[in-house]
Design a protein around this ligand. Sequence first.
Ligand code: SIN
Length: 537
Amino acid sequence: MRDSNYLIPWDPDELEVYSTEVLVLGSGVAGLFAAINLCSRFNTTILTKKNIMAGNTEHAQGGIAVALNQDDSPEFHFGDTIKAGAGLCNLEAVRILAEKGPECVELLIKLGAKFDKQENRLDFTREAAHSKNRVLHAKDETGGEIERTLVAKVYECGISVQENHFVIDLLKDKENKVCGVIVFNENKSELEIWLAKVVILATGGLGQLYKYTTNPPVTTGDGLAAAYRAGAELMDMEFIQFHPTALLLPGAPSFLISEAARGEGARLLNSKGERFMRDIPGQELAPRDVVARAIWAEMKNGPVYLDISCIGRDKVKERFPGIYKTCLAYGVDISTTPVPVGPATHFLMGGIKVNIDGETNLANLYACGECACNGVHGANRLASNSLLDGLVFASIVAEKIKSNQAELTMPKKEDIDLSLSKKIPSQENSCLDKERVKEDLKEIMWDKVGIIRNRSGLLQAEAQLTDYWREFFPGLDTSELELGNMLILSRLIVKSALAREESRGGHYRSDFPLTNKKWQKHSVIKRGDTHVSYIYL
Ligand code: SIN
């Protein structure tokens, strides 16, 4: 594999240098909440790839799981999360999530987030694999409500937000400590250096590696790839969650049809109008991986539909206005008609390996939110745990950084280890059609590294992706930089999926269809390693 610290060449003498004490990369729930928790102690800057609202948080529909209902407790939430995680959850992380969740959500409510109520009390709905009604919601735009609340607070706090700043790579000093980033400022079409005492990666997931995804266009895994190039360890990259129900119509995007719809009683029907989940334990509210595979199998016989109309016309419009409006725009009135659905890539359970405090293996580099992996989701995330994960672990990262404050020093440009830049590959002219490569990559990932995998498909994927990687050299263009990151990450997912010879949670191998206790361990991969290694948490 062509192997370098940096995706593209750069010359420090030609670049403008900016400084801030804390640099937060990403503007979803985790990045915003980390910045809010740090800004009273540190000069804090958020760099975000597009506009502040462009990430996954804004698209989260169903809700935020939290043990605040009268008949619920963190103990029940802990138990459900562990069960969904298929034997691979980090118990300490899950305990923290369940126990610290209520105070973080209460703070969010104090900041102004408005969740739906019944008779003046918070209304909790049920989602798959929850034993209690535990999911707070703001109709079907819960992520939007949370994002707007946090964005307002960020501006109220005077935190500097730099939009259209694509972080390409991390910079390290001569002691191998992270000291900043190289950024492509799209507003000026220029590269810049940003120096900081600490860098927090909160750059989200990588749904765009797949042909069908519920994730918005920005989710190309740039933070994960930059961390990998800098020498950070990535963990559990084979565990991708496929959401069972995305809109499936020619010409329409894979728009999420929230699990909350099934929580409220919507039913899955096959092409004969039969309820094919009826005999499966948990029925429509079985764990996500189970429902996704059942739909996938059923789609071989014809289209699959979600009938939401059975909950009542008025309730559909009242409870799911966003889904109703979007489906109507594509010609389906979900208040009267079943909507065609299929699975789509939704969430990365793996990510940049962090400890409970969000520390990576690189000094001064922290990660939280979807790009980070402390094992809290195991092999399969419980529905609506991701927004909570973002809040809880961002606040923990902030606490950790505050407790280290005395040891942090402000780097200078001269501190950057320039010897690393000598390893940058020369930019060879490539006749690859970059847009076609991007489309091919997404097809390959969907067909061979998707819901059902096997050795021969994974080997084919590895060979095709490696060929592309050898020939591809990105230029200073966002789409090409993204493709460079996508080629690196897709190969890491393939490598991790090939190595895990069992099925568990989001990773299903038709040639190893059973879960095997001997694989109850986490995969770890780092630049320069020839093999995936494993750890027990
Ligand atoms: C949904 O609304 O179905 C998605 C919620 C989640 O990803 O947990």
